[in-house]
Design a binder for this molecule. Sequence first.
Ligand SMILES: [Zn+2]
Length: 349
Amino acid sequence: MPRDCSVRGRALGLAVRLRFFTLRLAMAENPSNLSHALSELPVGFHRRRFSAEGGVGFDAFIWRGGPGPVVLVNGATHGDEYEGPTLLRLWADRWRPGRLNGTVVFVPVLNEAAFFAGQRCAPVDGANLARVFPGTADGTPTERLAHLFDTQLLAQCTHYADLHSAGAAYHLKPWTGYVTHRAAITRTQRAMAACFDAFWVWAGPYLPGRTLSAAFARNIPAIYVECQGLGGVDAGDLRNLDRGVRNLLRWAGVTKGAAPRLRSQKVRITRDVDEAHLQVHHPAPVDGLFVPHAALDRRVRRGAPLGRVLPLDGTDGHVVRAESTGRIILIRRQRSVRRGDALFTLAPV
Ligand SMILES: [Zn+2]
């Protein structure tokens, strides 16, 4: 089993999976339970801090307009993914639209503890925020953060987008995706993903613990976006994300103007729950130095050698072979690997 931040994180994921089946049906939160009821804010721009016990919290930027959709977008669910935070924080400085038909909420950095540590997961409990949703009010700091976001903000939105990337340790071919849901919600999610028209689309079955799992439970149409990563912010990715967010707000009718002219996308919809689960493919067979032989975006045949892992003690290297035929859409960049770390992901696109 490949590692994803901590063994504890995986155990939490299993607990969340069990909890999901006892979840409530989606319903609007009672405004009296909300620290910041969006519907009670005056029209205009607002900065608000959402907080839970133990210093857990995040900053949100809210553009409150007239009646209409409530579009929520966040970055840094994982702390080493900087494209979303950069875009959303810049919008908070610059975007002062006229009257909106609805409300826009941006959270540039959701997982502050992981962000300031420069890590995927929060150092305080090692848990992956994208495996503990919907969280709990009296759990670990990461579980409390998930609960805060789910109950205080996600519950108030009508459309949701979570901006991710490959982070510092990986490099990927940018895509957008969603969890397949009942037909009407799936159609809405497909339309939302179409707004990010510089990205290819990868949709698949429900996985527990994600922000999108919490949105799924609330019947809120939701998408995620994955940018290149490499520990930085690619200028092209930033432009494409910016275009996607603008298209999304126009498509939703929050901003005025003609419907966006969208480019066609390559689309992959899978029923395989593990196909887009990035942490489970091509695990490193041993600890060691990773030497990739294949490049991102290359199509490979099943069984083709993709790279090697060289143990530090000088014993023979282990060849990593393609598990299937497909395109390399994610590759590990960090050369130090522990047994089980995912090295490649292929997609049949
Ligand atoms: Zn991520």
